[in-house]
Write a protein of this length. Structure first.
Lengths: 335, 322
């Protein structure tokens, strides 16, 4: 098991390096010019100097190596310095955003809490809805509840999040005026009133994402429960006189959760990707919104770093899912 | 109907592979039940899938035949009739420039469905090719599967956004604004969604390679090319078809998401996603303009998903005939 984990970790390094190279070269091939918005009155030699100041003067492989060094060495050192108050970094050059002129990681750190509260909450709510629905529709297969659950989850993943979001805004934001349609990130939770305001503005984005996630996870839960309900050990448990509640909620549920947990782990990074759209609908200024504005502004360091962070998340959670599967299910052997 | 003959042809091959001295059983020749008729019979018993198929054909007719019946040009600007409600001249109203919404929905649907079908075709062709190659040739297996895993680790939506923004201008210059974006979006979606089908096909091919008829075909010296095209491919056709159906749904959703983020087709070239995006600014005053294209997207995707579900059940020989 440990061997497997180490081998996978080592394999992840070239994968990630390759992905970063692909993203870097894609950005390199782009015709967009970060100095495109500079006034035409600026003389060409000054423009050349500005280009050099942005670090665009060198060949691409030097810039790529520099970026790798900044990402994997300089930035962690800065982080270490901040946490422990040391001074190892000695003002080394950090990754600077073209757009805001501040270090990329500082901007990301500002945006991360919004994304985490909204997206994390929605994933949690989605799981909490999906698991009971999955259990019940598998236990009563082909009942009206199961049919309804199938239909609703089909609708759930057929409706794109930008459509459900807009419909919710029209109904609850405009017609009924229950919830604000724009997410206010300057709001700070200090007292009871601001907490209520925070919850009210989170309701709609969380509902949209939670519905979408619940639709998928409940399908997996149902399929996994159905697989296990037909097993021999269930008959044995019933035969020895265990109560129905104990058989289903203890024996079957525990075994059925194994594949579902890996699905949940695999889905976590895609939630960050899917959240790009939901953040855009509700004007949450989280990571997704940051990425889109950076793409529009040709902010190469920001786009590169953000996309690479998404890639790291995907690789990391795939690894976690594989390892979790091995830990939870002793029948799985990685050799 | 060449598709529906393929599995039977491979059956006939198998029969002719048997040496002439062996007695051929009469039922083997007198078999008239084709696999596809069985699939169709099973498919019809899935009520949701049949309703979905009828609705999907309806949507296809709406976008393909509709413009011949409702002849208003979707880009015709009639500024005096702008923001009209549901009236006889414009059954679904007009937008802020007086363009007819019904005509725009038809035109938009054409593009959306065309994008879905083309992107799916690219993804499935690429996926089946990679899957067949890595399943059939052992030497190619490891490198091709590493490649697939690499693609699976890519953050797809950010990369799609990136590709579309970066290469919009040069392609628009070479192929014209509409065609350039079409090529760009279709190939970007196709290139980022082939991995699932490659994995499914590879798994099936690996299982198939151990079967006797493959051994028989190999022992009479069938070439690899013929082997793949006549014996392997027809037998993995059903998972490919299910993946293809579901692929249409994802492609349509991805295209409309790109359009919704303002990175899709240009405004005078409507798609359902673009219509929704354009209407978001006026959703307080004219909610129907947002809801109609959204409903069309959701309905199409829902139908395609149901058809895929029904197809999966119908193609599974363990469920069929129950």
């Amino acid at each position: 098991m440990l061997n497997f984990a180490i081998r996978r970790l080592l394999l992840a390094i070239p994968t990630l390096l390759f992905i970063s190279l692909v993203i870097f070269l894609l950005l390199e091939a782009s015709p967009g010019d970060p100095l495109g918005n500079v006034p035409l009155t600026i003389p060409p030699e000054v423009k050349e100097k500005m280009r050099e100041a942005l670090g665009l003067g060198q060949a691409w492989y030097i810039r790529y190596a520099l970026w790798l060094k900044q990402f994997f060495w300089v930035e962690p050192v800065y982080w270490w310095d901040q946490v422990f108050g040391t001074d190892f970094s000695q003002d080394a050059q950090r990754i600077i955003s073209f757009q805001s002129r501040s270090p990329v990681f500082d901007v990301i750190a500002q945006r991360l809490p919004q994304t985490l509260t909204v997206v994390g909450m929605s994933y949690l709510v989605g799981i909490l809805i999906a698991i009971p629905i999955g259990i019940l529709s598998a236990y009563k297969q082909y009942s009206w509840f199961d049919q309804l659950g199938t239909f609703v989850s089909m609708i759930g993943f057929s409706m794109p999040t930008f459509f459900t979001g807009v419909v919710l805004i029209i109904i609850f934001g405009v017609k009924l005026q229950w919830f604000p349609s724009v997410y206010d990130t300057t709001l700070q939770v200090r007292d009871w009133d601001s907490l209520v305001a925070q919850i009210r503005q989170m309701v709609m984005p969380v509902t949209v994402l939670a519905l979408y996630n619940a639709a998928q996870i409940s399908r997996f839960m149902r399929a996994s429960m159905l697989d296990n309900l037909g097993q021999d050990y269930v008959r044995t448990a019933r035969a020895k006189g265990l109560g129905e509640r104990k058989v289903v909620l203890k024996h079957v549920l525990r075994n059925s959760l194994i594949p579902v947990i890996t699905v949940i782990a695999l889905g976590l990074p895609t939630v960050f990707g899917g959240a790009i759209i939901t953040e855009q609908v509700f004007k949450v200024n989280g990571l997704g919104q940051l990425l889109i504005s950076a793409i529009h502004a040709n902010d190469i360091p920001m786009v590169l770093t953000l996309t690479f962070i998404f890639a790291i998340l995907i690789v990391a959670f795939t690894l976690i899912a594989d390892i979790l599967y091995g830990i939870l299910d002793p029948r799985i052997r990685y050799d | 109907m060449t598709d529906s003959d393929m599995p039977r042809r491979s059956d006939a091959d198998r029969i002719s592979d048997i040496p002439a001295t062996m007695p051929i059983e009469p039922e083997m020749i007198g078999e008239t039940r084709s696999q596809w008729r069985d699939v169709w019979r099973q498919f019809r018993s899935h009520r949701g899938a049949v309703i979905a198929l009828i609705l999907f054909v309806g949507i296809l007719l709406f976008v393909s035949v509709g413009p011949y019946l409702w002849t208003i040009d979707p880009t015709y600007v009639d500024i005096r009739a702008r923001n009209s409600g549901f009236v006889a001249a414009h059954p679904l109203g007009t937008d802020q420039l007086g363009r007819d919404i019904l005509a725009r929905l038809m035109a938009g649907g054409r593009v959306s469905i065309a994008v879905g079908l083309t992107a799916m075709t690219i993804a499935i062709t690429l996926g089946s090719f990679v899957g067949l190659m890595s399943g059939y040739f052992r030497r190619l297996d490891a490198p091709l599967m590493r490649l697939t895993e690499l693609f699976l680790a890519l953050p797809l939506l950010p990369l799609l956004l990136l590709m579309v923004t970066l290469f919009r201008e040069p392609l628009s210059k070479t192929f014209g604004p509409a065609m350039g974006i079409f090529i760009l979006i279709v190939s970007a979606i196709g290139a980022t969604s082939w991995m699932q089908s490659a994995r499914i096909v590879r798994g099936d091919v690996l299982g198939l390679k151990e079967r006797e008829f493959i051994l028989a075909a190999r022992s009479i010296g069938t070439s690899s090319r013929r082997m793949i095209l006549r014996h392997v491919l027809p037998n993995v056709l059903s998972p490919i078809m299910v993946a293809a159906t579901l692929g249409i749904a994802t492609a349509i959703i991805t295209e409309s998401a790109l359009s919704f983020l303002g990175l899709g087709f240009p405004p005078d070239f409507p798609t359902w996603g673009r219509l929704l995006f354009d209407a978001v600014d006026q959703m307080v005053l004219y909610p129907s303009r947002v809801i109609l294209p959204g409903l069309f997207i959701s309905l199409t995707v829902l139908c395609v998903n149901y058809i895929g579900d029904g197809l999966r059940d119908a193609m599974d020989p363990r469920i069929r005939g129950r």
